[in-house]
Design a protein around this ligand. Structure first.
Ligand code: G3P
Ligand code: CA
Length: 282
C-alpha cells in the first residue's frame, strides 16, 4: 500500500511539472517562454548615443545589451574593409571626398566623432577586421555590404575575413550578411552558404509580391524592409515564404511599438532602449 501511495504521489508530482507552465501567467496569458521576443539590433552601433559606425557606437550597443550591431562595410582605395555609411566622408568626418579615393592610412587620419559631439573628438573610422576581432562572440554581427557595386570583390574580402577566423561554420548563427544590392547578396551566399543572408528592401519594394518573396527565399533567410511598409500581413507573408523579418530604422518609441504589434522578428534601431519594454522581452 505504501508503495502504491508513493507511486501515486510521484505521478502527481511529475504531471504538475508538465502542467505548471501552462498556468504560470495570470489572466490566461501565455507563459513567459511563449511570449514574443524581438531581436534588438543597434543600427550602425547605438548611433543615437554615439557617432555611427565607430567603436564608441559599437561599445555603447554592447553596454546597452543589444543583440546585434549593424555595420556598414565599404572598401578603401588600397582594398581595406572599413565601417562607414555614406559613400563620401563628408557628413560623418572632418574630411571631404569619396571613401574609395582614400587609402586606409588617409581615411583613419580623419576625425569621425566631432560631428556628433566634442565628447567623441578623435574617434577613428574602424576597420571591419577590428570590429570582428573585438566583438565576435560578444554580440551578433549584422553586416551590410554597402554600395557593393562601387567595390568589385568586396563579397570575397568579407568572406575571407570570416573564413580566416572559422566564422563561416553552420552553427555560427549570430552573423548575418545583408545588402540592398540583391546580386551582391547572392554572390555572398554562394561564398558563405552556411551564413544567413538578408535582402534589404527600400520603399520601392512596398508592393512586394508573394512570388518575389519566394524568389528571395531561394537564397535569403531574412527580408529586412523599411519600417514604413511593415504590417501584420507583410510579416505573415514573409514568414510563409520561410524568412524572418527585421525592420529598419526605428528612431521613435511609437514606431518600435508598431513593429512589435505587427509581429516582426527584429527591430533595427538607433536607440536600443526602445526595444526593451515589450511584454515578455528580456
Ligand atoms: O540595416 C538596415 C539599414 O541599415 C539600412 O539602411 O541606409 O541605414 O544603411 P541604411
Ligand atoms: Ca546600414
Amino acid at each position: 500500500m505504501k508503495r502504491i501511495l508513493s507511486i501515486m504521489v510521484m505521478s502527481v508530482l511529475l504531471m504538475s511539472l508538465f502542467t505548471i507552465p501552462a498556468f504560470a501567467a495570470e489572466g490566461g496569458e501565455p507563459a513567459v517562454q511563449e511570449q514574443q521576443q524581438v531581436v534588438n539590433v543597434a543600427h550602425r552601433g547605438a548611433s543615437g548615443h554615439a557617432p555611427e559606425n565607430t567603436m564608441a557606437a559599437f561599445e555603447k550597443a554592447l553596454e546597452m545589451k543589444a543583440d546585434y550591431i549593424e555595420i556598414d562595410v565599404q572598401m578603401t582605395k588600397d582594398g581595406e574593409l572599413i565601417a562607414i555609411h555614406d559613400t563620401t566622408v563628408d557628413r560623418t568626418t572632418d574630411g571631404t571626398g569619396f571613401v574609395g579615393d582614400f587609402t586606409l592610412e588617409e581615411i583613419q587620419q580623419l576625425d569621425a566623432g566631432s560631428w556628433f559631439s566634442e565628447e567623441f573628438a578623435g574617434e577613428q573610422i574602424p576597420t571591419f577586421e577590428e570590429i570582428v576581432d573585438t566583438y565576435r562572440g560578444k554580440v551578433g554581427l549584422l553586416i551590410e555590404l554597402k554600395s557593393p557595386g562601387l567595390y568589385p570583390g568586396i563579397e570575397e574580402k568579407v568572406a575571407n575575413v570570416l573564413m580566416e577566423r572559422n566564422m563561416h561554420r553552420p552553427d555560427n548563427n549570430k552573423i548575418i550578411i545583408q545588402s540592398f544590392n540583391h546580386d551582391s547578396v547572392q554572390t555572398s551566399k554562394q561564398l558563405l552558404p552556411n551564413i544567413p543572408h538578408g535582402v534589404l528592401a527600400g520603399m520601392s519594394w512596398a508592393d512586394v509580391t508573394d512570388e518575389q518573396l519566394q524568389e528571395f527565399a531561394a537564397y535569403a533567410d531574412y527580408f529586412n524592409p523599411n519600417r514604413n511598409f511593415v504590417d501584420k500581413n507583410l510579416v505573415e507573408r514573409v514568414h510563409q515564404a520561410g524568412m524572418d523579418i527585421y525592420a529598419y530604422t526605428v528612431r521613435e518609441q511609437e514606431h518600435a511599438d508598431q513593429l512589435f504589434e505587427a509581429g516582426v522578428d527584429g527591430i533595427i534601431t538607433d536607440f536600443p532602449e526602445y526595444v526593451y519594454d515589450f511584454p515578455g522581452q528580456k
